[in-house]
Design a binder for this molecule. Structure first.
Ligand SMILES: [Zn+2]
Length: 255
């Protein structure tokens, strides 16, 4: 009797999964935020094909959730509307898109262990204008012949490197395995309350993987940001010479 009841439901749900746009497995779940050069290129343009090839290879990297411990436990968290990928950013929510997801754990806890999304090399940064302290996890993406297609760089922003180092966590320049502990502390004074700013960047071959290529075009450090946002991403300015753009965390299985 139970099976007879479930059968029509299964048919119903199997049809839902065939909605337009979901049938083709190559299509991303959510829109990535890419350089205006990409949206300005024709569909057969060499640069566009290069980006598509790289993104396809990147999406094969399934991420370990940054909040999941070695038993897969994830603490309660929220992503507020203004902390979602693509949200408009202050001062008037019309200056730039938010190229990341902001995870606020509990009521804004600061003791939040964070884990490596994939095997990679850690670099730590202090006094960064946007994120104060952050760590970057870098993985070189290659084709079948071992040729570099680009770099996958994930930024864990608003962490507290001083407290991490006091706790014996010194990872700058070291390689880590997927799921390994990379941080224990979020910075307590972050505006809007302590949270993890989780940002996925895509770089071109040969780039260092720490260059800024998108922002509000304010101040001396942003003088290379000359191209206005394009495609579905109209806010902010880009450096047309650097980077492919930002990945939507959901395209790597991180929600
Ligand atoms: Zn953020």
């Amino acid at each position: 009797m139970k099976a007879g009841f479930l059968f029509p439901l299964l048919i119903f749900f199997s049809h839902i999964s065939l909605l337009p746009g979901q049938a083709d497995q190559k299509e991303p779940v959510a829109k990535d935020m890419l350089t205006p050069v990409y949206y300005g290129a024709g569909t057969e343009d060499a640069f566009r094909l290069e980006v598509d090839r790289f993104l396809e290879a990147c999406r094969k990297v399934r991420f370990h959730h940054p909040l999941a411990d070695d038993e897969g436990n994830i603490p309660d968290y929220v992503i507020h509307d203004w902390g979602k990928f693509g949200a408009g950013k202050p001062p008037w929510r019309s200056m730039q898109h938010h190229p990341a997801s902001d995870f606020k754990v509990g009521g804004g806890q600061t003791e939040v262990p964070l884990y490596a999304a994939y095997d990679g090399r850690v670099t730590t940064f202090r006094d960064a204008p946007k994120y104060r302290h952050y760590l970057a996890l870098t993985k070189i993406i290659t084709d079948e012949d071992g040729r570099e297609l680009g770099k996958l760089v994930t930024i864990y922003g608003h962490i507290d490197l001083d407290l991490n180092e006091a706790a014996g966590l010194l990872l700058d320049g070291k390689t880590v395995k997927q799921g390994e502990l990379v941080s224990r502390h979020l910075y307590s004074e972050t505006r809007g309350g302590p949270h993890l700013h989780f940002e996925i960047r895509y770089y071109r071959p040969g780039e260092q993987g720490s260059e800024e290529f998108y922002g509000m075009r304010m101040g001396e450090e942003s003088r290379r940001l000359t191209e206005p946002g394009a495609g579905p991403w109209k806010l902010g300015y880009w450096d047309p010479e650097i980077g492919y753009g930002f990945g939507h965390p959901e395209n790597h299985g991180v929600k």
